[in-house]
Every structure is written in C-alpha cells, then in structure tokens.
Ligand binder design. Sequence first.
Ligand code: PEP
Length: 248
Amino acid sequence: MRTPLIAGNWKMNGSAEKIRAFGEAFAGARLPGTLEVVVMPPFPYLAEAQRAFAGTPLAAGAQTLNPEPAGAHTGEVSASMLAEFGVTHVLVGHSERRQQGETDEQVYRQACAALDADLVPVLCVGETLEQRNAGATREVILRQVAAVLEPLEPARRERLVIAYEPVWAIGTGLTATPDEAQAAMGAIRGWLEALNSDLAAGLRLLYGGSMKAGNAAELLARPDIDGGLIGGASLQVDEFFAICQSAG
Ligand code: PEP
C-alpha cells in the first residue's frame, strides 16, 4: 500500500498570517488514515511554518533548491538550509522553473542534493499542449523521469515522489480527465516496472494541474494516482482541507 500524499505549492503567494491560519485549521484535524500533507510556502515563511505546523499533521516543504552546498550563489537556498528549517519535501523540476531554463541535468543534481540532506524530492514532469497535440506526451514525461531516475543509485530511487503535471493544466483551470491522467501515470508506472518491480509498486505518483475539491476524489480513485500536487486550490484552507478529505 502506498501512503497517499497531498502537497500544496503556494508558489509566490501567502503570508505569515496564512501559515498560522493553516496551522490552526489543521491542529487536531481528523484526516483519512495515514495521509501525508505537505504545505510548500515561499522560503521566508519556512521558519513560521516550522512553528505553526508543530503538533499538526502538516509538514513543511519547499519549492526548489540549489544543488550546491554553499557559496557564491546570490538569492539561492541549499538543501541543508531547508533541512535546518524542518523542511521534509522539496519540488524539483516544476514546469514554471523548467520554462525559465532549468534543465534535466540540473533537476537531477537538485534531486541528489535533496536526498543527501534527507529531503524527499518531488520530481515534477509533464508535457506542454504542443507536445500533447504532437502525440509526444509519453516520450516527454518518460525522458524527464529517466533523466533523474536512471543515474541515481538504485537504493535512493525509492525515496523520490513523482508528480505528473501536464503543463497545459497548471493554473489554467483545465484539468486532465481522470482517463488522461491515468494513461500518463500508468505509463510512468510501467517504465518504473521495467526498471524494478518493487520500486514501481512502492513509488508514489501525484497528479497536479488544477486539482480542486470538486475533482480530487475522481482523480484520486484511479489506480496509479497516489495523491495530488495542488497550486491555486492549496491557498484556501477549506478547499485544501476538502481535497485532503478526498484522499482517504
Ligand atoms: C502547480 O503549480 O503545481 C499546480 C498544480 O498548480 P494549479 O493547481 O494551480 O494548477
């Protein structure tokens, strides 16, 4: 059985007050079974998240990291800095960053740095609308998965989470249908199966792209969808809580 995971990517949104409101709303919350819930605010709010989420089911995550341990990298944050502020999960390869030039090679190095610091890298993969229309969805997402998974030592692969996020569905209100999401995520599971069947059985796959309370249950019911990466809908505590309730 794979533990479901719901992660909220706040992007460049939120405030210290919103962090506290989430901590209060989730304190003592009854969530389904062993569900894991991660909120990923901007870097400056991680210290507040560490305080506000203590004693709640919420964990704090980050949206990216620099793979270098330290040095002259103005504006960047390392894996060990994230770990120092109680971060447990970190996104690598989000499409909004790939669009700004982040390469598969950089994403691989970020994943390695995260693993070295005992963080769970959430590897984001997904095709653009152009690539989907050209029939290249499978090729694109499997290339992005392989670029990180293949060079990793086998024992480290199982600590990753993969988020399938069709680029055309992120922040657009367009959601992949459950059939479309399952087809892409089934392809990822199939690729993992060819690598190692235990890895395929245990590795969690999240769907991301305009997931909300109204469509979460239908998506999460599909066999290869083990959770969600939520952007816009993770900013409203009631909506995010309702999505978590669907993940039982
Ligand atoms: C995201 O940014 O990862 C995302 C899924 O955003 P949204 O839910 O707003 O589409």
